[in-house]
Design a protein around this ligand. Structure first.
Ligand code: SF4
Length: 280
């Protein structure tokens, strides 16, 4: 059994949320830079160049890339051989979020109650997804999620008779209806299979996969390509001003499902699709 003091989790998450809000994953940055070269719409191209300038400024000035520093989503994979000491895991995660958002001067965006509103004042609680895995390591991913894009996400319970074309239509229609709201170019996390909540979780997990990494199953890698092409034909363009670049990547995660169903979830991520991971 390997002992890990929960204070290490707090410290790690504090820094992960600060860093994730200031610097995008390298491959996403490169993808936006490459799109700015290829974009043929003059306004679209200018917007993409502005986004690149904004990313560089955030890095140099050590400030967030976007004013919406997101709801704190945390994925944790805890090895079965790990014994956590020094307190509760959940408290340690929320303390890391609290310290990160307050010390990093990140906007606190969590309403204390979904209907009566208010603000928790420190961006807690985090949305925590925990998985027990073999081994003696602890891997945590911090994924701050902005709601301009989250609000545009959709789930549909298809019947098994739905074909691939219907699924592609659903993904494209989700992006078309969203227009400029999710601050395109977007990154799409698509969950296929599982049940209702598993499918939504797959879509969120898909957003945490590097945009440069295609699905390991050639069938789904091809589907990712087809969805991306279809979405980029919509002419929504950078920030909704029209152009070739509506989406930067489509990441699919799939899972077995019930014989009577075919759930599909689209978690829309904006061009600031942030995630940062550490293994302790
Ligand atoms: S959708 Fe993304 S880029 Fe737009 S305001 Fe929200 S976090 Fe910022």
């Amino acid at each position: 059994m390997r002992e890990i003091d929960v204070s290490q989790i707090t410290e790690a998450l504090k820094q992960l949320f600060i860093d994730a809000n200031r610097v995008l994953p390298e491959d996403l940055e490169s993808c936006i830079a490459a799109a700015s070269q290829k974009e043929t719409s003059p306004i679209g191209k200018a917007v993409l160049c502005d986004l690149c300038e904004n990313m560089n400024a955030a890095r140099e000035l050590e400030i967030p890339i976007c004013q919406d520093t997101g709801m704190a989503v945390v994925f944790a994979e805890i090895g079965q051989e790990v014994h956590l000491t020094g307190g509760s895991f959940e408290d340690a995660v929320n303390e890391g979020v609290r310290q990160g958002y307050l010390e990093g001067r990140l906007r606190c965006s969590v309403a204390a109650d979904p209907i009566r509103r208010g603000n928790t004042g420190d961006n807690t609680p985090a949305v925590i997804h925990l998985r027990l895995v073999p081994g003696d390591k602890l891997t945590i991913t911090a994924a701050p999620k902005g709601f301009g894009s989250e609000n545009m996400s959709r789930i549909k319970m298809f019947t098994p008779s739905a074909g691939v074309d219907e699924i592609i239509d659903f993904v494209a229609e989700t992006v078309r209806a969203a227009g400029g709201n999710p601050c395109p170019p977007v990154v799409l996390g698509v969950g296929i299979g599982g049940d209702f909540e598993k499918c939504a979780l797959l879509a969120k997990q898909a957003l945490c996969r590097p945009v440069s990494q295609r699905n390991s199953d050639p069938f789904y890698a091809d589907l990712e390509k087809r969805m991306l092409e279809r979405v980029n034909e919509l002419n929504v363009g950078p920030q909704g001003f029209g152009g070739l670049t509506t989406a930067l990547a489509v990441n699919i995660e799939q899972f077995p499902t019930h014989i009577a169903g075919l759930p599909v979830a689209v978690n829309v991520g904006c061009h600031v699709t942030r995630h940062k991971k550490i293994t302790i």
